[in-house]
Design a protein around this ligand. Structure first.
Ligand code: GLU
Length: 460
């Protein structure tokens, strides 16, 4: 068997969708594990909806995920002449015909028909192929087409249910299906791996492929399952957080994202969930992808991300987290390094890093209104702060001593440690949640801690 040739063929009509990212990953894994090639084909024939910034988004998201491709990206917008030429050959061979029906005419004629779609009105009118006329494929009236699909088996489509579909619009521009099939044939694609939403188009693609190039073996198809939200609804751009960029900008890391995406429709034989790229390359099998919809679970993805962050060697964590902390005014790399192990334990995404460390860099903490309200409303807060202000100056400045001392202060006022810590945490960090408190106080230093406790006490 010659090595396979696959393609990832996104349309640049919006942010790069997590579903697109999974399609890209599955294509990449199959190509790379068989020593094959992956072509990146930008399906940019829809000039009204395509934007160059979406193309840049695709390229940068692919790079971020670590998915490379072979050669330069193929741009469909540069290949229009080839599609028009293929359409012309079909017309000349009698496999396609020109049509001047308007949408309204077709609707008026076909209203109430059992099989929806075009009624073949222009089939035998012999209209010339010229500007102003659309070109339609002449679908056989009888028989059926069976698609061979690694995931779906062999679904069969009756030709009587497939309309004479449009290849060229009346302005001469090629339709998606034409460009898609001409390119798959021209680029020697052996495997078409794409989202399930394209399955219903596939018999048309097969008919077209056989009409254009009967000698060339058809590609193997693999339609991967739909992604759904927690309500089992198809993920939607408007309703669901589907942009890969969104996750990248929130401080998700590419490794856990890749790992999670791989599991949306596939799992290794032993059901393990954490897999490195090498393990994915060794174990992923396109033919083992299942066909039921896969739940894109943001919570689970977040959990994967947090686990991955915790598993990093400290130096690597510091390297990936520092750019996020660096944005905080007064950023101090040495203090950040000291705090880093505590932060690494707690954050789920890197965008949470600043809120765990900013209290260290700011001269005074910015006290969050809600956090302040949570302590200002309690009569024990003043007593706790008074005791801490009285006893912290002579305490050994280490986390265990501060823990024990604060525990004792709390007991004196009938509070468990968690409650006793609360006013101290808000006074010092400005927030109700954050890194472990006593370790944080040690890093902040005794003087700065006391200044903040006094300021908060004064404000109460
Ligand atoms: N351009 C199509 C899309 O973005 C993909 C078509 C295909 O993979 O065949 O959905």
């Amino acid at each position: 068997m010659p090595p396979p040739r696959l393609r990832f063929a996104p349309s640049p009509t919006g942010y790069f969708h997590v579903g697109g990212a999974r399609t890209a990953l599955y294509n990449w894994l199959h190509a790379r594990q068989h020593g094959g090639e992956l072509i990146l084909r930008i399906e940019d024939t829809d000039t009204e909806r395509n934007k160059e910034e979406w193309v840049d988004g695709i390229l940068s998201a692919m790079r971020w995920l670590g998915l490379d491709w072979d050669g330069e990206p193929v741009r469909q917008s540069a290949r229009t002449a080839m599609y028009v030429d293929a359409a012309r050959r079909l017309y000349e061979a009698g496999l396609a015909y020109a049509c001047d029906c308007t949408r309204e005419q077709v609707e008026a004629r076909t209203r109430g028909n059992k099989t929806p779609g075009y009624d073949g009105f222009c089939r035998d009118r012999g209209l010339p192929l010229e500007e102003g006329y659309a070109l339609r494929f002449r679908t056989p009236d009888t028989g059926s087409t069976t698609v061979t699909d690694l995931i779906r088996g062999t679904p069969t489509f009756e030709h009587s249910t497939i309309e004479d579909f449009v290849l060229l619009r009346s302005n001469g521009s090629p339709m998606f299906i034409l460009a898609n099939v001409v390119d798959d044939a021209d680029l020697g694609i052996t495997h078409v791996v794409r989202g399930e939403e394209h399955l219903s188009n596939t018999p048309k693609a097969v008919l077209l492929w056989e009409a254009l190039d009967p000698a060339r073996p058809l590609p193997v198809f693999a339609h991967i399952p739909l992604l759904v939200n927690e309500k089992r609804q198809k993920l939607s751009k408007r309703r669901d957080p589907v942009a890969l960029e969104l996750y990248r900008d929130q401080g998700f890391l590419p490794e856990p994202m890749r790992n999670y995406l791989a599991l949306l429709g596939w799992a290794p034989a032993d059901g393990r969930e954490v897999l490195s790229l090498d393990e994915l390359l060794a174990e992923f099998r396109l033919e083992d992808v299942n066909h039921s919809p896969a739940f894109f679970d943001v919570q689970k993805l977040t959990h994967f991300n947090a686990e991955y962050i915790r598993s990093l060697p400290l130096a690597e964590f510091i390297a990936v987290a520092q750019p996020w902390a660096d944005d905080v005014a007064g950023f101090d790399p040495a203090a950040f390094t000291t705090m880093a192990p505590l932060v690494q334990e707690r954050v789920k995404t890197l965008s949470e890093v600043p809120q765990y460390v900013d209290f260290l860099f700011l001269d005074e903490p910015v006290i969050d209104d809600q956090a302040w309200a949570s302590i200002a409303g309690k009569d024990t807060s003043a007593a706790i702060l008074d005791d801490a202000i009285a006893e912290y100056p002579s305490a050994p400045w280490d986390a265990t001593a501060l823990h024990d001392l604060t525990l004792a202060i709390g007991e004196r006022h009938g509070l468990k440690l968690g409650k006793a810590q609360a006013p101290i945490r808000v006074a010092v960090t400005g927030r109700t949640v954050g890194p472990p408190l006593f370790e944080s106080l040690v890093v902040l230093g005794r003087d700065r801690t006391l200044t903040r406790l006094q300021a908060a006490r004064g404000r109460l």
